[in-house]
Ligand binder design. Structure first.
Ligand code: FAD
Length: 354
């Protein structure tokens, strides 16, 4: 098998990296332990923005804003080329009180993001006074995005090997020479670790200072005949995401419990209680599904993107924590620029692997 890049991990980050490399003319093979697109990238909400963008450092903002600005066109291209609609829509995000209105206004003015103060009764069937609307915030439907990405990668000639768990990196001098997997050994000119929450564990001693740990998030899914509201709703840390077909996702938790993917009664009850405080009419409504996923948690939500400091043909694209879907396109762009030695669109020091 002749391949330029072997990518480990078939989530949104691995698939998007594969797509970008294939489009640049490289031969790409992606190895996935289970089935492509079934971990964090499947479990997430698909909001294309940090929740309260003013809560984050500029390194997060830069990557998120660039990723957001690329999504509309990328989603149209994916839809047109694969026939699968990732359901990109600029639904907007409504913030319900309490929130930091002054800080939000200042930050949005500085970052050219539209922010409007609105009467919530114009948007929701509840009397709650004023809210803040971020009309440009968009969303995608994760499982559909992943199906489309997978098909696109295959259409571009990428090879996807599922049920191949990478167990070991074989090193000679300053280079990786092969990956040992449960289905044999694979070699390439260069290697990219996009194994999400598992990246640090997989890399072992080669992870160096990369600090990525699983942070569990649980989501409840509700079903209505038609969408009960149009915008994504955010009240403190609780969000509700309306899909076009009447599904509403309610999330999420942030739990540091290792690789335990159980859903819990405590999380379900807490999410239910908080959602019923907003909509008392949901009292008797029960979720149709409840799931959990592992965010690739990193300090300050800053991912590691780029070359290993010692192993010259090993790269990482990992640790996007709460915003991996939002950042996926920009992150793959930065990785390609690093590989090709091209200028970056903004300073990238914070994402470097140390
Ligand atoms: C509840 C929840 C809500 C979220 N909401 C949002 C949101 O609204 N917006 C947003 O932008 N982000 C959101 N996120 C975060 C986002 O989902 C993640 O940042 C993103 O999916 C990370 O993508 P990834 O490809 O790095 O990881 P993953 O999707 O987890 O993919 C990693 C892949 O690597 C594979 N793998 C691991 N180890 C190996 C190995 N040894 N060999 C081969 N393959 C391996 C795994 O099986 C997996 O398929 C949310 C996450 C959760 C859990």
């Amino acid at each position: 098998m002749q391949t330029d890049f072997l990518i480990v991990g078939g989530g949104v980050v691995g698939l998007t990296s594969a797509q970008v490399l294939l489009q640049a003319g490289y031969r790409v093979t992606l190895v996935e332990r289970g089935t492509v697109g079934r971990e964090a990238s499947w479990a997430g909400g698909g909001i294309l923005s940090p929740l309260c963008p003013w809560d984050y450092q500029e390194a997060v903002t830069r990557l998120a804003q660039r990723g957001m600005s690329m999504f509309s066109e990328a989603a149209s291209t994916l839809h047109a080329s694969t026939g699968i609609d990732p359901e990109y829509q600029r639904s907007g995000m409504l913030l319900l009180p309490p929130y930091q209105a002054e800080l939000a206004a200042q930050w949005c003015a500085q970052h050219q993001l539209v922010l409007q103060s609105v009467n919530l009764a114009d948007y929701l069937p509840v009397e709650m006074g004023s809210g803040l609307l971020l009309p440009e915030v968009a969303q995608v439907r994760n499982p559909r995005l992943l199906h489309a990405l997978r098909k696109r990668v295959e259409m571009l000639g990428g090879m996807i090997l599922e049920q191949h768990e990478v167990q070991k990196f074989e090193i000679a001098g300053e280079r990786v020479v092969a990956l040992q997997t449960t289905q044999g050994k694979f070699g390439a000119d260069a290697y990219i670790v996009a194994a999400g929450a598992w990246s640090k564990t997989l890399l072992g001693e080669h992870a160096l200072n990369m600090d990525i740990r699983p942070i569990r998030g649980q989501i409840l899914l509700f079903k209505f005949d038609t969408p009960p509201f149009q915008q994504i709703l955010l009240k403190e840390n609780l969000y509700l995401i309306p899909r076009r077909d009447g599904h509403v996702l309610v999330g999420s938790t942030l739990e540091n419990v290792g690789f335990d993917k159980s859903t819990t009664v405590e999380a379900r009850d807490s999410l239910l209680q908080r959602v019923r405080e907003i909509f008392p009419g949901w009292r008797d409504r029960m979720p149709v599904q409840h799931w959990a996923g592992f965010r690739p948690g990193s300090p300050d939500n800053i991912p590691t993107i780029g070359r290993h400091p010692r192993l010259t043909n090993l790269y990482a694209n990992s640790g996007h924590f709460r915003y991996g879907v939002t950042m996926s396109l920009a992150s793959a762009e930065l990785l390609l620029n690093e590989i090709e030695g091209k200028p970056q669109p903004f300073p990238v020091e914070e994402y470097r692997w140390h």
